[in-house]
Design a protein around this ligand. Sequence first.
Ligand SMILES: [Zn+2]
Length: 866
Amino acid sequence: MTLGKNFRLPTDVKPKAYDADLRLDLAADRFEGELTVEVTLGAARRAITVHAVGLEVTAASADVGVGAQTGQRTVAANATSDEESETVTLGFADELPAGTAQVRIAYRGAFSPGLRGLYRAGSIAVTQFETADARRLFPCFDEPAFKAVWRLRVAGVPNQAIAISNGRVVRDDNDGRGGRRLTFAPTPPLSSYLIALCVGPLEASPIAVARDVPITTWTTPEKRQLTAFAQDIAGAVLPRLEDYFGLPYPFGKLDQIGVPDFEAGAMENAGAVTFREVALLADPTTAPLAVQKRVAEVITHELAHQWFGNLVTMAWWDDLWLNEAFATWMAYKIVDDWRPSWRIWMDFEAGKGAALALDALVSAHPIRADVLNAQEAGESFDAITYEKGGAVLRMLEGFLGADHFRDGIRLYMRRHREANATADDLWGALGEASGQPIIEMANAWIRKTGYPLVDVALSQQGDVGAGASVQLTQRRFFSDPGAAATAGDAANTKWLVPVVLRFKDGKGVKEQPVLLREPSARVALAAEGPVAWCIGNADARGFYRTGYDDATLGRLLPAVGELRPAERIALISDQWALVRADAAPIERFMDLVVSLRGEEDHVVLDEVVGRLALIEHRFLADEDRAAFGALVTELYGARAAGLGWKPGPAEDDEVRLRRAVLLRALVVTARDEKAVAEAAGRLPAAGGGAGDVDPNLLDVVVTAAARQADDARFEDLRARAKSETDPASKRRYLHALARAENGPLAARAVELALGDDVPMQDFSSYMSVLLGNRATREAAFALVRDRWAETRAKADSPMIIRRLVEGLAALPERRHYDDVRAFLAAHPIDGAKQAIAQTLERMQMDVALRDRILPRVGAWLRARKR
Ligand SMILES: [Zn+2]
């Protein structure tokens, strides 16, 4: 009998509590377990199926009639494994009656390869179970709807080691074999993917207490001095989350653990959150602001999950977005409340841009997609689930009002705590709290793929302003100019779009909300006097793109300084998207870039410079590089020189970050000789921590030095990548190796990818840098192609292999696209179906765009010079 890959456990057998005795053999990377699961049987059964992968069941039985005066008996069972469904079925010698049974399973297994199940990360043993890898350590009901209490005991813990799980340690005994046996407090009802165990030589920060919750940050010993910042953040945001949800933190204690090799950014295991080190450990006196913000955002995201995800859990993976969209949105909201000067919502715009790009593909997926099995669920961890989902929640919050929205969330929390819920449960609670029927609007946004382009055309009768109006038109936006013609019905999708217009009239600047229901509508503006300009997405809060007719855009461009920073970012991002879609000329985009040369806001500037870097990478002929570099130097050289390299004594973050963007433009994109030499010359001073280089400039300095590295410098960078304890610095030096440009070193950088210098967690990002480097990209692709088995072994994690596939899209030319397409067709990858389709679609579009605009960029540059 085979159950098949899409098999789901029947719902008439429910686990109530797991009682697990684990014995670890850390010398052999193996374990043994004895597990008792209390289950409730809805009907009499001869067989019970649980999930298990790679576990050898050595004995199984069930006790029935427990607690009865008579009739308690033990029923023996045989175990049969089924590889495809990742299950073990226990066939009982006798029928188990309906009611309660204690199922006992003795088993053994080995640590998992890759970064999931129970695995080895340097000196520590750690678990990573989401989406469906608890089954690699425990035979269990490994679907999120099966919540149960977990009681865990772990033997084989070395005397000097620390062991952390979801509950605090309540007993610490000798295990009779030279180690210790720790007993953890029972958990509240939890889904199996949220269980965690971590054992090894860890050291703790001093304990912080937020309200009455003890918080500890753990790391390998040499990084202990980097834990204080994470403690501060958790201590600051935990009470804010309690206040927002109106419910206390549900898991008693909070441990935050830095794991040396980790697949995702972090994992929200209840009360025992695991992190990639770079997302947890930082010294705020020496770390770039971007690193600090990222740490704060990730910690807050994982803490938000303790309520949204852990206390209330999606019923099935099709609602994964409920977890991730919410935690994404909440993290920005709470960090913004904690550190308003960071303007963290501006960082959200960058993530939203990635989601808008992804969601404009024909191969995109809806936020809430049908998910047949755990492997498909794993594919959903992308910008659509996180950032589009977060943006849709933000849009709904704006539509309902922040107080109504919060009341709805509180209602949802109270109603479903320690249980499971679906999207409709959330809409129901939000509707109830706000008195507004939002199901239709919300479901359209989460169930339909894509989003609209809203075209805005302003018209007014004369200049008296009477009768000023805008014509709004919506149509589904595709990046591919040809997609609408071939997408059939999908091209006709319409949304209920909560548009917010912002315009300037004779009295000032006003906002006007409009719910766009129809394909097209004329909206009278509540204007007094003539309307100077009108923007179609106030504060860029809506998840849609905005286009303007020539006259409306013509009014907007001279007033661009009056727009809010997020609106300027949206203008650049939308105009670029229209170029990609062949709906706007590249020349006009280049003119827009030039008109923003004086931009002061570093986030907006970053958006402009980012587009220039993309053009330099993909859409520029070699003979035009000098002219392009000269343009960038002309745009930013004088301002960068005015700021110099050294921050003034009273300088604020905004100026430091502006300097960093300007210098990145000059050094990395324009390759301005003088600026490059200045940057590279600062490498020796860049290592010491409180050195002479502003932390925000480290990326620029190290990149410049790495590109022109000789043997000695390459080995210096390599040694730094090995010895650095600060995770962000370590990663910076590691990636620097992949930026080498001189021939033999470029080859060496590629060769290092498969060796010990590059940990598995960094493999895909290291490869992405190689694939984006003109000096290394051919060899990097050849490595993937010619040493595929080794590459797969090095990317032994579904998420890492997907990121590797996505990294191939950095290859810019048509011949690359042909090679990648042929290669991926010949080498199918389980669990990367979407990533492959999206990567190929993106590459195909990018090479078509290259054919279209590369000559025109060159002509525009030459016309400018004349
Ligand atoms: Zn998350």
